[in-house]
Design a protein around this ligand. Sequence first.
Ligand code: FAD
Ligand code: FES
Length: 265
Amino acid sequence: MHVPKIVEIKKVILETKTVKTFIFDWKVENMVPGQFMMVWNFQDEKPMSISLIDPIRNEIGISIKKVGEFTEAVHSLEAGDKLGLRGPYGRGFKIMGSKILAVGGGIGMAPISAFVEEASKRGLEVDLVSAAPTREELLFLDRFKNNKANLKSCTDDGSHGFCGFGTELAEELLKNERYHMLVACGPEIMMKKLVEMADKYKIPAQLSLERYMKCGIGICGQCCVDDLGWRVCVEGPVFWSDELKLITEFGKYRRDASGIKHSLL
Ligand SMILES: Cc1cc2nc3c(=O)[nH]c(=O)nc-3n(C[C@H](O)[C@H](O)[C@H](O)COP(=O)(O)OP(=O)(O)OC[C@H]3O[C@@H](n4cnc5c(N)ncnc54)[C@H](O)[C@@H]3O)c2cc1C
Ligand code: FES
């Protein structure tokens, strides 16, 4: 059941200088935005969010940012090359309420874009804050041009859209609009601030957490978080803000493959 399926890369989309989206034929059944796949390049295997779910064409997309050995190797692949995929795994976003604020920071836009497309399809009103350091690094600008979601880009240097951090734009929106739900994925420091805002404006929030993963299916214990021991690959990666507040390491530190703590502050 958890054996990777060897699949051909159907298409590669160059999103930015460092991010590519890989499209695969995949039977989309019971797949929920926010879930992830384990991607195997026949040498190593890493978790990646599902960034596109197309139930009509039975296609999925995985958007990968080049940050190290594995992601560089995958970036060198082309349409027709093969990868191993297993999944979908983990708990995704629950789609509820009628007006939603979605915030994606950097590559965190990957699961958020799949969520926003599904929520818009179901007729929900979505304001989408897409944040990146510069215009060149903003993801999926074209993809959201024709989507019903209200895209609000923001860049740290002001080269496109709102000038400032995603959290600043989110706070402006929260002050002026009444949302039923906040969903977010991005740097943990950003998510920590968003959890505080969700508390301040009294709205439920779901956020996707990243931890080092090995098995992806709850066996190895690598992704367990302090103090509760929840496995991010099974109980997450999407958590409610009230759950995140119980995770004592949230916003403070994360562990590497050896279990050594690395401060996020
Ligand atoms: C649930 C989940 C969803 C993710 N979704 C995406 C996505 O959609 N797109 C994307 O580009 N990246 C995603 N990542 C992160 C991605 O797994 C890492 O960037 C990738 O594994 C880096 O591998 P590397 O060898 O290129 O870099 P390395 O040099 O090995 O690592 C760079 C950094 O990536 C992280 N990382 C490395 N190995 C792992 C691992 N096995 N598990 C988790 N983190 C790791 C660590 O923070 C490390 O410091 C996701 C991670 C998780 C846990
Ligand atoms: S990665 Fe093995 S338990 Fe989560």
